[in-house]
Design a protein around this ligand. Structure first.
Ligand SMILES: Nc1ncnc2c1ncn2[C@@H]1O[C@H](COP(=O)(O)OP(=O)(O)OP(=O)(O)O)[C@@H](O)[C@H]1O
Ligand SMILES: [Mg+2]
Length: 253
């Protein structure tokens, strides 16, 4: 088991957002976390990535307790994530964005990083990721000028540029058209294979995407795990699907 949450509970003040959630992810798995708005999906991702501390319970990554460890240390250990709202720098170009991410990776464990060789490694690394995500033709475009689908891709590409072993994505295709969703997922899966990523964990609302790409589905409802099953098993349970799909947000969700 590469990532494991054991009996995690999370309170925001009096409100219990997650209740006794246990979840394990093995190498080679693509896991989708689903559930209606407010089910606790983003909260769970924040706990799994050490961004927030559970009120009780533990989170282990590669057999190491990462409870509340924070994103910088976690990236060093080999875990990267993207957020529900894209976290791109609007005034940077695609190339600059990816170079910044590659630079962050190469700086790991080094105090000074100013050599020409280093600059070349950063350039090459950024080119490589741009090509992997089909963004090479848009290298010079400003992040803010990209269509929504490419903004999401750039966001995910930046996480990949850290060369993680596992990646957690909070709604990597939200706000884009159905055609773009599929394109993004296909690019993502191909990139994952290319860099030898060990596991993908995503939060996703679109059930076609969830059923089409996941090995396993974890369904949350009011902060608890309602089901942890294969797409086939979930698909066969209409009552469960109705419950976890819940009320959809606007057309984009
Ligand atoms: N920082 C916070 N303080 C207080 N309550 C919070 C906080 N973050 C989340 N919540 C509440 O916890 C519950 C779970 O929120 P969370 O964002 O994890 O849900 P979600 O499943 O990701 O929903 P969505 O599909 O809308 O993204 C919600 O009721 C939310 O209002
Ligand atoms: Mg969320």
């Amino acid at each position: 088991m590469i990532l494991q949450a054991e009996n995690v509970t999370k309170y925001y003040g009096e409100f219990r957002a997650l209740h006794d959630v246990t979840l394990g992810v093995s190498a080679g798995e693509f896991v989708s976390i689903i559930g209606p708005n407010g089910a606790g999906k983003s909260t769970l991702l924040n706990l799994l990535t050490g961004l927030a501390r559970p009120s009780s319970g533990t989170v282990r990554f590669k057999d190491r307790d990462i409870t509340g460890i924070g994103p910088v240390k976690l990236a060093k250990l080999g875990m990267a994530r993207s957020f529900q709202l894209v976290q791109i720098f609007p005034d940077l170009t695609v190339r600059e964005t990816l170079q910044a991410a590659v630079a962050a990776r190469l700086r790991r464990g080094r105090r000074i990083f100013a050599s020409l060789r280093g600059d070349r490694d950063i350039r090459d690394g950024a080119e490589e990721v741009a090509a992997l995500f089909g963004l090479d033709a848009k290298r010079r475009a400003l992040a803010r000028e990209l269509p929504q689908g490419d903004k999401k891709l750039l966001d995910v590409a930046s996480a990949f540029a850290l060369r993680p072993e596992i990646i957690l994505l909070d709604e990597p295709t939200s706000g884009v058209s159905t055609a773009d969703k599929t394109r993004i997922m296909e690019i993502l899966v191909r990139a994952a294979k290319t860099i030898g990523l060990q596991a993908i964990i995503q939060v996703e609302h679109d059930m076609d995407i969830v059923f089409g790409f996941s090995d396993r589905i974890v369904a949350l409802h009011q902060g608890a795990v309602l089901a942890d099953a294969t797409p086939r098993e979930v698909q066969a349970d209409q009552r469960l699907v109705d419950m976890v799909v819940g009320r959809r947000r606007g057309a984009s969700a």
